[in-house]
Design a protein around this ligand. Structure first.
Ligand code: NAP
Length: 294
């Protein structure tokens, strides 16, 4: 690779599917961008779009005030950052960790950053690259609020919606699991509905149209009940909801599609009813998840 081109304010280390999207978002938001990637050819399109290309990680770190790392995992990130000349180039600057890591891995990087006079935020990306490019992607962060606030403009240029979820390092890679828990399990629910639709001979488009029209109101209502741990005055009693869901189990059996998943879901409702929540709201099922041994 050739020598460093003109220096820019934010350096993105790692230009895979996500790092490339982050760099594109920064450029689209008129942020000065320097990029580095282990495989140099991934820098080419970004250079054409206006990014400076660093010949090495220390050059990239020296060129910017904010250094964003988005590589496969913690080990890859640490191996890039811990070289002496990189550490010294980062001193006094902000390091933003956007690789997917565990909370403990992030704390390890945070300790290392603190020992070396580097400000640190860890982030977790709750979006696909397309969401980052369209400025509609949420990235949750944890770390000192003062650092988050001081850099909010740059962070907003990384895909649109930065949110601080806590000041303790490791918070973001813990909070993101709440969203994974919801998204992946609700995708399975989506696939199960699609399986019923397909097996029963309805066009999948009709199902998708219906599912897509459901808004956030129910989640907000559930959230308010869960916050109070109080499930009185249901709009529909759990017993009634559970009976409706039993039809889903029976129809799945009749259609010859998988029943393990709907039986598991029905099992949670039955446990909540057995625990005395039959006349409470469906949200009372939350209590079963909080008391696995009950
Ligand atoms: P990817 O397309 O596989 O890219 C991986 C990147 O890491 C490449 O730039 C690769 O460099 C670099 N890399 C890996 N090991 C390295 C090493 N030892 N030294 C230097 N560079 C190394 O992955 P991605 O989708 O961009 O994901 C990157 C991170 O973002 C992951 O932690 C992922 O979990 C997270 N994330 C991704 C998404 C998504 O939708 N893609 C969503 C949320 C979070 P080379 O190009 O040289 O191989």
């Amino acid at each position: 690779m050739t020598a460093m081109t003109e220096s820019k304010d934010v350096c993105v280390i790692g230009l895979g599917n996500m790092g490339g999207a982050l760099a594109e978002a920064l450029l689209a938001n008129d942020q000065g961008v320097t990029v580095w990637n282990r495989t140099p050819s991934k820098c080419d399109a970004l250079a054409t779009a206006g990014a400076a290309v660093a010949a090495s990680v220390p050059e990239g770190a020296a060129a910017a005030q904010v250094i964003v790392v988005c590589v496969t995992d913690h080990q890859a990130g640490m191996s890039l950052l811990q070289a002496d000349n990189v550490t010294s180039a980062l001193r006094g600057k902000l390091l933003v960790q956007l690789s997917t890591v565990t909370a403990e891995e992030s704390r390890e990087m945070g300790r290392w950053a603190e020992e070396n006079g580097i400000a640190y935020l860890d982030g977790s990306i709750l979006a696909y690259p397309a969401g980052i490019r369209s400025n509609e992607g949420t990235i949750v962060y944890s770390g000192p609020k003062s650092i988050f606030d001081a850099n909010k403009g740059v962070l907003a240029s990384l895909g649109g919606k930065p949110q601080l979820v806590g000041e303790t390092i490791g918070g973001a890679p813990t909070f993101d699991k709440t969203i994974y828990a919801f998204q992946y399990a609700s995708m399975l629910a989506f696939f199960h509905g699609a399986a019923i639709c397909h097996a029963a001979g309805f066009p999948i488009e009709t199902y998708v149209e219906q599912v897509a029209s459901h808004g956030p109101e129910t989640k907000i209502r559930f959230g308010e009940m869960i916050a109070k741990r109080s499930y009185d005055n249901p709009v529909c009693a759990l017993e009634v909801e559970a009976a409706a869901y039993d039809h889903v189990v029976r129809l799945s059996e009749e259609l010859g599609i998988d029943v393990a998943y709907p039986k598991m879901v029905a099992g949670y409702f039955k446990r909540a009813i057995a625990d005395g929540h039959g006349q409470h709201d469906l949200a009372a099922t939350f209590e079963v998840l909080m008391n696995p041994s009950a």
